[in-house]
Design a protein around this ligand. Sequence first.
Ligand SMILES: [Zn+2]
Ligand SMILES: [Zn+2]
Length: 365
Amino acid sequence: MPWLVLRIVAQAAATFLASTLIFDVVHVLLHAGDRAEGRLGRGLARLHDAHHDFLGSDLQVRDERWRANVVFQHLPEAGSVVVGTLALARLVHPVALVLATTAQVAMLVRRLASRGRDWHHRPLTRVLRPWSGWFVGRDYHALHHLHPGHFQGSALTLVDRVRGTSLPLGGRTAVVTGADTSLGAALTSRLEAGGAHVLRLDLPRDLALVGAGAADEALARADLLVLAHPVAALADQDLAVALVERHRALRRAALVVPEVWAVLPPDAGSGWRRVLRGLFHERTLTVRLLLALPGDAPARAARRLVAQAGRGARVLVSGERAAGLAEIVRLALRRDVETAGAWVHRRSLSAFVDPARPVPCRASA
Ligand SMILES: [Zn+2]
Ligand SMILES: [Zn+2]
C-alpha cells in the first residue's frame, strides 16, 4: 500500500511537470511570433504581450492590466496544461491524474483570486541566482520578463536547456581579465559575437595597490566578469577575489545579481578551488566555473564553454570529455569541506579588500 501511494504521488508530480512542457512549446512559439513575417504569428505574439505588459521588464506589476493578462495568458496556459495532462491519461493511475489536474486548477484559481499576482509575478527589486538549475522559481521567471527571448520554461528549465536560451548576451556588458591569453582572447571574441559589449581589464600586479586606481566604471557597468588571467600565483588569485567583491559591491543596486566566470586551469591549486567553491554556492552571485582541460584549441574551447552556459550549465568543460566528467565529480564530492575553507580564506582576504575602495586597473573597450 505505501508503495502504491508513493507511485501515485510520483506519477502525479511527473504528470504535472510533463504537462507544463506543452505550454512551454506554445510559449516559445508565441515569442518566435515576434520575429515572424506573417500576420498570424505577429498577432499571436501580441496576445502574449499582455502578459509581459502586466509584469514589465522593470519587474513591476501593472495591476490595471490584470484582466488581459488572465484572458490571454493564464486561461490559455491552464487549458494547454490540462490538455497535456489528459493526453497522459492512459499512462498514469487515475488518482494521479485527478491530483495533477486538481493542482493545475488550484493554481489557476489562485492566480484569478490574486489578479495575476502569483508567486512568479510580484514586484521584485533584486533577482538572485535561481535556486535550481532544473526547476523554475521566481528569480528564473523574473529573468524571462527581463529577457523575453530567454528563460522561457514555466515549471522546468528543460526548454531553455535544449534550445540554449539561458544566456542572454545581446546588450549586456562583460569585463574580461586576461583577454591577452589565448583562451581569454577566444572567450572575448565569442562573447562579442553573441552581442555582448566587452571591456578588457589589465590587472594590477600587487594586492596592496587595491584601492589606489579605477576600473570601477567598467565593473559598475558589467553584468558579467570573466576571470581569464593566469591564477597560478596567489597574488593573482587574491586580485581575482578583490575584483569579484568589488564587482558585487558596485552592482549591489542592479536589478540582477552579477555573474562571474572563472577559468579554472587543470593545475589550479586547492586554495583557488576552495575560494571558487565558496563563491559558487552564493545566491548574490552567479558563478560559473570554466574547466579548460587539454584537448581543444582555444576557439573551439570558447565555443563549447559559451554554448554550455547557454544551456544553463554552471560547470563548463572544454577538452577531453572523460577527464572533464572526472573533474566535475571530484569538485562535487569535495564541496562541503572546501566551502568552509573558502570562507576562512575570504575572511582573511577581507582585511585587504575594502569594497568601498576602487580596484586599480586599466580598462579598454
Ligand atoms: Zn510571466
Ligand atoms: Zn513570455
